[in-house]
Write a protein that binds this ligand. Structure first.
Ligand SMILES: Cc1ncc(COP(=O)(O)O)c(C=O)c1O
Length: 458
């Protein structure tokens, strides 16, 4: 266990509270006076770094006016109203254009986008879907809720799926692969797409953490059969909550459309069409409303500026670290297509990572209580496969074994305990994660560099 303390000194200088995904965990950096290895110099900074929340820092009158426009129209529902603005429809067209796909479907969250995508792709009992060891709990949840079995594949030094392990994990029951572009930068979508094609599997790209990312000019979300995005507050653009599904496939789009709504498609006037027998499906009820769509239209326009700001800060820091042989930097396939929202540094062993993290925190590389900054990757909660208790325990959705004990799934015997993905385990144990806010000043960047210089020199 890390040597954290959450004692009466909790509001002292070296304390901070952090949120790890849905869990609120108290992390207290040890007070300097308790720690014999502590350095004696004044901290590099005493004010916490800005909070992450990339899109939020750039919200201004434009988002306010967009919301007011919808409220004035008294038409907050997307399909009909007294003075319908069609904000959601316009956002979908603009988002599809920005990503470079034929169809975008706005939904209520990234988690519901995953769930809609799984339903549209026909995932169900008797099927296995390969997911990465570094992910977010919603990816596994979307598979399990459809009655299928997630199979965890290892990652490589991109911190995304390792194509070699994906090949190893394919069985006759495998139906698809979810490539999650983690921590701001795309994984090897070309290699994974090739594998998917060769084995006739679907490829779903989860771009929740990589909105605006690309590889050699081709946007994340366009390499597979479908892509999903999240517009939750901690994403590159946001409306607080929100998500999207994208695809070039008309049939898959129609299925996704029906599944995100009431199980049926609609005509151009928003009226449900019951006659299309192929589209008599089951809906998940996760339509997006006009208020959030109006905000997202503004945020979409700001996305290139937001990601450029984070990328600039991140690469200034990365460049400063390149001279240190003791730091391994995450392999980035195309730095121009990195959205820049996280810096991951890896060290020779877990003890070194802990020490660097501790020294950086002691030097003030922390953020405000409601955010996350400079953590050991092992503290990254439900992003690590073995931390997802419901996965490790194979929790049943219905309390009677679904989907794990279904006859159709009896040949799937996945392992979710720590040890199942050795490269991921090793990288998590030796790495430090630093979110890069979209509003860092040159002074903030310099403070981070100075703190790294001191920690690494020590
Ligand atoms: C990789 C990934 N996928 C999916 C999601 C789900 O998005 P939402 O929070 O909008 O449901 C998240 C959210 O953090 C995520 O990081």
């Amino acid at each position: 266990m890390p040597n954290w303390v959450a004692g009466p000194e909790v509001f002292g200088h070296s304390f901070d509270l952090e949120y790890f995904g849905a869990q609120r965990v108290i992390v207290a950096t040890r007070m300097a006076s308790h720690d014999t290895t502590t350095t004696t110099h004044a901290p590099v900074r005493t004010e916490p770094l800005p909070l992450e929340f990339p899109g939020v820092h750039h919200m201004d009158d434009q988002e306010i006016e967009a919301v007011i426009r919808v409220l004035r129209s008294r038409s907050p529902f997307r399909y009909y109203g007294v003075n319908l603005q069609k904000e959601t429809e316009q956002f979908e067209a603009e988002f599809a254009r920005a990503v470079g796909v034929k169809h975008a479907l706005a939904v209520g969250s990234g988690s519901s986008a995953l769930s809609v995508a799984m339903a549209a792709l026909g995932v169900g009992p008797g099927q296995e879907v390969i997911v990465p060891a570094y992910l977010w709990v919603s990816v596994a949840a979307a598979v399990v809720n459809q009655g299928a079995i997630p199979i965890v594949a290892d990652i490589d030094d991109t911190f995304c799926l390792d194509p070699r392990d994906v090949e190893r994990k394919i069985t006759p029951r495998t139906t698809g692969i979810v490539l999650v572009h983690m921590s701001g930068a795309p994984g090897d979508a070309m290699a994974i797409a090739q594998i998917a094609r060769r084995h006739k599997l679907f490829l779903l790209e989860d771009c929740a953490q990589c909105n605006g990312g690309s590889i050699n000019g081709r946007k994340a979300g366009t390499f597979g059969d479908m892509g999903i995005f999240s517009f939750q507050m901690n994403k590159n653009m946001t409306s607080g909550e929100g998500g999207a599904v994208v695809t070039n496939d008309d049939h898959v789009y129609q299925r996704a459309f029906a599944c995100h709504d009431l199980g049926y498609v609609r005509d151009e006037n928003g009226r449900l069409m019951y006659q299309n027998a192929e589209m008599n499906l089951w809906g998940k009820g996760c339509r997006l409303d006009e208020l959030r769509a109006a905000i997202l239209r503004v945020q979409l326009g700001k996305l290139p500026m937001i990601t450029a700001a984070m990328r600039r800060s991140k690469y200034r820091i990365r460049q400063a670290l390149e001279k240190y042989s003791g730091v391994q930097l995450r392999r980035i396939l195309d730095s121009a297509g990195d959205t820049g929202c996280f810096l991951i540094t890896t060290y020779k062993d877990a003890a070194t990572a802990r020490e660097i993290n501790r020294r950086l925190r002691e030097d003030g590389i922390i953020t405000w209580p409601q955010g996350v900054s400079n953590i050991l990757m092992t503290q990254w909660g439900l992003h690590l496969y073995y931390n997802i208790a419901s996965l490790v325990k194979r929790t049943s959705v219905d309390g009677r074994g679904f989907p794990w004990s279904l006859a159709e799934n009896c040949d799937s015997r996945p392992s979710y305990e720590k040890g199942a993905c050795p490269t991921a385990d090793s990288l998590f144990g030796r790495s430090v994660l630093l979110p890069i806010p979209s509003c860092l000043t040159e002074g903030d960047e310099q403070d981070i560099i100075t703190a790294f210089d001191r920690a690494l020199a020590a």
